[in-house]
Design a protein around this ligand. Structure first.
Ligand code: MSP
Length: 634
């Protein structure tokens, strides 16, 4: 029977450009969608952008443009990125789309008519970054636990969703459907949130404060809260309430998110669905976070990893492979270009690339470039045939539990068995003995069939490389072979013409030095949008003197500096590749003194120094004359 699969990614905020975290989730969704299509399932895959709310208003204001223009620009960056990463989404949704606005209003009205939305007073601590109110006890030293920023105290009349009414139902539902939220650690996290009484959810913002949102259908002075708008995208995309798409796909909804947005998806969304009379989604699949050098990626730390940079440097399939192989689904992973390069060389260039090129060379040489006539496998071939069967079933199991790294391990086990098969069969010796002609043909046939199995198995992960292998085997459309074609050994058609191609995965070298930004003399990088003088005045730049410097353990980039600017401070700076600690002591530098402190490798950095890129690394800003330490720079 045909099965059905519906996969979603979060819709990404348009207040920042896409980075490796967004790419990871979307690539995982793509791999799942491709696997299900390959298995013959009816599949629908949605991604998109989340465009309303305070954050976007603020980003647009800083970029001196309108929210709509800003949203159009960044949404297009996401939309244009996905084809570059071979993302095969069936639909791209924007929360500013007319059909979405209509669906949100329809659901709001329904829940309101049913009495689950009421008007009330609200007072509380509001974090703009999170777009939500916090209870005092949730704050850490009075700061938002996520953004480490002081929330605003706000008093407002607002509309509330009676979320508390559904608390008991949700607890029971999660207990009855133990894999509703998975992996288990995240189910437990949601259940632990639910141990405390659930408060009703404030779902409106007065237009006097925020008008970049969807107007409530029952009060035109208010817009809806960004989460009540965003989550509904998942049903808009299917044409709720009438579309066939909704009826077909909703019962199979698989949401994919990272742990940062567990609460809205694990609590708000199921209770919203319940109140709207829609059955719950099937699974919430939650993965961990990519971090860099143990720190969260952020613009201010300058450690944001951009997917296109890596794709351009190393190729798309190696990039996809690395992300999927490296992260254990559910746990955090640290990104390192060095381990990326190691994996390309060992798993891709050595194990898979060599297997393909050795097999094709032998097939061209010993079998005149054609798939040999079939012979059923001999006893000594069974281990290879069994290993293929094992890989196929392990890959299927791993997909079921979303353990994509395990699927890749299973495929690579089979690749290594196939490489061993070559060593054991010694085809080059068989080729020297006319009596072994038939055995040689059989060995080459088995190797070509192994490549076909591998091409289909890796197709969801690396569609381009899978097709390149298939091309060499004379298969014009790898995906059309289907997953079921590899359940039985012997699917490759005898007599088919083969062709040999260039190395699939050339070896790469890791350049320790960060790639130089080669800005030629007189050539300038684009200037950022204008800011007001008042914005500039907010930045406190000072002269500071370095009084001590030391390496940060386990980091190749960071140095810990003690500076004096009329008071001592600690700074963590990414200049270890450019300066030795002893060269720095005594130097006077420029620092941003009022940058919010942040932790790098566990050390709090209380400011940031200024430096410029040169052809051989960074150079610190210095002075022609000797200013006093602590002097303000204007
Ligand atoms: N707009 C909301 C989601 C609404 S869904 C109805 C939002 N947007 S976001 O742009 O902040 O994207 C968050 C998601 O991006 C994460 O859940 C995850 O899928 C991905 N990631 C962002 N940073 C990430 C890492 N550092 N690591 C892994 N994934 C991350 O929240």
């Amino acid at each position: 029977m045909e099965k059905t699969f519906f996969i979603t990614t979060p819709i990404y905020y348009v207040n920042a450009s896409p980075h490796i975290g967004h790419a990871y989730t979307t690539i995982v969704a793509d791999v799942l969608a491709r696997f299900h299509r390959l298995s013959g399932d009816r599949t629908f895959f949605v991604t998109g952008t989340d465009e309303h709310g305070d954050k976007i208003m603020e980003a647009a204001r800083l970029a001196a443009t309108t929210p709509q223009e800003y949203a159009d620009r960044i949404s297009a960056q996401f939309r244009n990125l996905w084809p570059e990463l071979a993302i095969s989404n069936d639909y791209f949704i924007r929360t500013t789309d007319a059909n979405h606005i209509e669906t949100v209003r329809l659901i709001l009205q329904k829940v309101y008519d049913d009495g689950d939305i009421y008007f009330g007073k609200y007072e509380g601590y509001y974090c703009v970054g999170c777009e939500r109110f916090y209870m005092e006890k949730e704050l850490e030293n009075g700061l938002c636990p996520d953004h480490k920023a002081a929330p605003e105290y706000r008093k407002e009349n607002n509309y509330f969703f009676r979320m508390s009414k559904y608390q008991e139902w949700l607890i029971a539902y999660i207990n009855e459907n133990p894999d509703f939220i998975r992996p288990e650690r995240y189910k437990n996290e949601v259940l632990s949130f639910l141990r405390d009484p659930l408060e009703d959810l404030c779902i409106s913002r007065p237009k006097s404060r925020l008008n970049w949102g969807i107007t409530l259908p029952f009060d035109k002075e208010y817009v809806t809260y960004v989460w009540f708008d965003a989550l509904i995208n998942y049903v808009t995309a299917l044409g709720y309430p009438d579309g066939d798409g909704f009826r077909t796909f909703w019962p199979h909804a698989e949401h994919l998110i990272a742990k940062d947005i567990l609460k809205p998806h694990g609590i708000y969304w199921p209770t919203m669905l319940k109140a709207a009379g829609i059955e719950p989604y099937r699974h919430l699949n939650v993965h961990g976070y990519w971090v860099v050098d143990q720190s969260k990626m952020s613009k201010s730390l300058g450690n944001v990893i951009k997917p296109l940079d890596l794709k351009d440097k190393y190729g798309l399939d190696p990039f996809r492979y690395f992300l999927l192989r490296e992260m254990v689904f559910g746990l955090d992973s640290s990104f390192s270009e060095e381990s990326f390069v190691q994996r390309i060389n060992s798993d891709l260039a050595n194990d898979l690339g060599n297997l393909v090129s050795r097999t094709m060379t032998m097939a061209m040489k010993y079998c005149a470039g054609k798939v040999p006539e079939v012979h059923s496998p001999s006893e000594e071939d069974w281990p290879l045939v069994d290993a293929a069967g094992k890989a196929v079933s392990e890959v299927e199991d791993s997909f079921r539990e979303l353990a994509l790294h395990k699927a890749l391990i299973a495929i690579w086990d089979f690749i290594s068995v196939t490489n061993k098969y070559i060593v054991e069969c010694e085809p080059w010796k068989l080729a020297q003995d006319a009596a072994c002609k038939e055995r040689l043909a059989k060995v080459v046939y088995n190797l070509l069939e192994a490549l076909r199995v591998i091409a289909i198995l890796i197709f969801p992960f690396m569609p381009g490389s899978a097709q390149k292998i298939a091309d060499q085997l004379g298969i014009t459309d790898a995906a059309s072979q289907g997953f079921s074609s590899i359940r039985l050994w012997g699917g490759i058609t005898p007599g088919r013409s083969l062709s040999r191609a260039e190395a699939l995965f050339p070896r790469v070298t890791y350049e320790k030095e960060k790639e130089k930004q080669t800005v030629k003399e007189g050539e300038s990088q684009p200037v950022k949008p204008f800011i007001e003088y008042a914005d500039f005045e907010k930045v406190d730049l000072r002269v500071a003197k370095i009084i001590a410097a030391e390496a940060v353990p386990k980091s190749s980039k960071l140095l810990k500096l003690k500076i004096d600017m009329g008071g001592e401070r600690t700074l963590v700076a990414g200049i270890a590749k450019d300066y030795k600690p002893e060269e720095l002591v005594g130097k006077k530098i420029v620092i941003v003194a009022n940058l919010k402190p942040t932790k790098l490798m566990g050390i709090e950095s209380q400011g940031m120094l200024l430096a410029a890129e040169t052809d051989d690394g960074l150079t610190l800003l210095s002075f022609e004359k000797d200013p006093k330490t602590g002097v303000m720079i204007k």
